[in-house]
Every structure is written in structure tokens, then in C-alpha cells.
Design a protein around this ligand. Sequence first.
Ligand code: NCD
Length: 305
Amino acid sequence: MNHFLTTENLDRETLSGLLDEADGFAEVLTRPIPKVPALRGKTVATMFFEPSTRTRMSFEKAAKALSADTVSFSPGISALSKGESLKDTVLTIRAMGVDLMVVRHKATGVAWRLAEWLDIPVINGGDGAHQHPTQALLDCQTIRQRFGTLAGLHIAIVGDIKHSRVARSNVFAMTTLGAEVTLVGPPTLLPVDVESWPVNTTSDLDGILGSTDVVYLLRVQTERGGASVFPSFSEYAERFGMSMARMNSLKSEAIVLHPGPMNRGVEISHDVADSDRALILDQVANGVATRMAVLFRLLEGDHDA
Ligand code: NCD
């Protein structure tokens, strides 16, 4: 594996192997000193051109837990504002002695451009509405921890699928690992090419709750136009929001996931978000171990310390 850009080309063996490795790193993170020397001497750069709390900080935490150094690029206070191009920016940072870049950008495909320009591994931390592969990995790990496997599970991904890189990455990872995925949302929030995705679709959330093992809620992405296709947030919540009443009609072992950031009161009610069956903070915790697995896989090959 040279880069980690998309889940679309990952086979079951690769995905399961990364999840197994992540389980090992999760154990490291429970130790009194939650650190191993695996990537000593390496430097990881986080290049976030779009806001992020979880993804950027967990990559930094993951790199540090592997004893790598981290440097962090902030577009607002960089020379981008003086007109420096993206290519010159990344080549400049590479020249400082960086060994891997994690990039998030609002434009689809930016991580692939960096992978062309650079001679080091690139991880896609989210490109537009396209892909966010490490999010899918941490979600699959959270599900696997709870159920032992994804094979045979019914997973409903609910909400603004059209604008969601998280949904796209998860559909391919989850189905490759053997789950059956149903996309639930207003038809206007389904992607135009959904016919070619390996999924079922419905706009009847209540109709599928009783047969679902995992309900994966998505944020309505107002910054990408997600709210313009329904009349009001309260109407959205009425039809597609996860309420206590809806949660009570799930199977007793079913779980609720959300990638964050949540719009409480829209796609998820306060009480569901805070309930034991919502594993949202487990997802965040798993983000560190799964990102350690990806960093390690990409950088271990040329480690000579
Ligand atoms: C998501 C993202 O930025 O793609 N958040 C995340 O990385 N956990 C989802 C979102 O913004 O709704």
C-alpha cells in the first residue's frame, strides 16, 4: 500500500488486516505509557484546508503514539494567503523533511493530486463529498468490536448521503466486509449515481428500523447545500431524525453511530446522542487506533531505526 486515498479499491483481506492491526494498537493505548517506538524518526504533516476537530487531532495523537513527530499546516495563517499555490505549498513542506502527509480539502481529488506531486505516502483525510477512508475504518472497527464481524449485519446509513464522503467510504468498506447497507433519506439527498452503488435505498426510516443492526446517522451538510432540499430542520427531524421513540423500535442489541460533528435536535435527539446505545465516543477513540494502523502500514516499510 503506497497511499490511503479511498475504500473503493480495498479488498476484504486488506480491510480486515488493518482492523486487526488497529486492535493491537488499541491495546497499546490502554497501557500506562500509551506509546511504541515504531515510527521514531518519522515526521507526519497534517494539512487541513477544511475545519476538523476529530480527524486532525486523532491523526496527531496516532502519530505521537507511534513516536513520530508531527507538523501541522494551518491555511488561514499560511503563505496561501499571499497567493502561493497548493503545489508549491506541499512541495515546500515536503522539503522540510516530512515523511507522510494527511490532507483534507473541499475539492474532490486533492489527495490524488498530492500523491502525484509527492514522493511520500498521502492519506486522504476527506476530499469534498467524495471519500474519507479512515473514517470508514474506525466505523467498521467500532461495529466489529460490538458484533465480532460485519458479515451478515444490516446497516442503515441515514440522511444527507449526497454530500457525504463518510457515507461513500463506508458503503464500500462495509459491503466489502460482508454487511448489507441500506441508504435512507429524502430522494433529493441520495447521490445521482446511487444505482451503481452496492446498496438498497428507501425513504421510509420507520419501515427498516426493526430489521437493522446499526443505524448510522449523518449530519445535514448545510455548507454543501444539504438543507436546501427540505422545508425545515424540524420537518427533517420528524421524518429522518433518530428520536428515543425510534430507538425503542430497534432490536435490543442494535447500535447508533454518528461520525460527528452532530447537529443535536436535527438528525439525532439529545437523549439518543447521550444514550448507551450511541457509540459515538467509541468511534472517536477508535479513530486513534485505526489511524495508527494506517500510518504504520504506510511508513513501516522504510523504517531503519
Ligand atoms: C465528517 C467529515 O468531515 O467528513 N466528520 C468527521 O470527519 N468525523 C462528517 C461531517 O462533517 O459531517
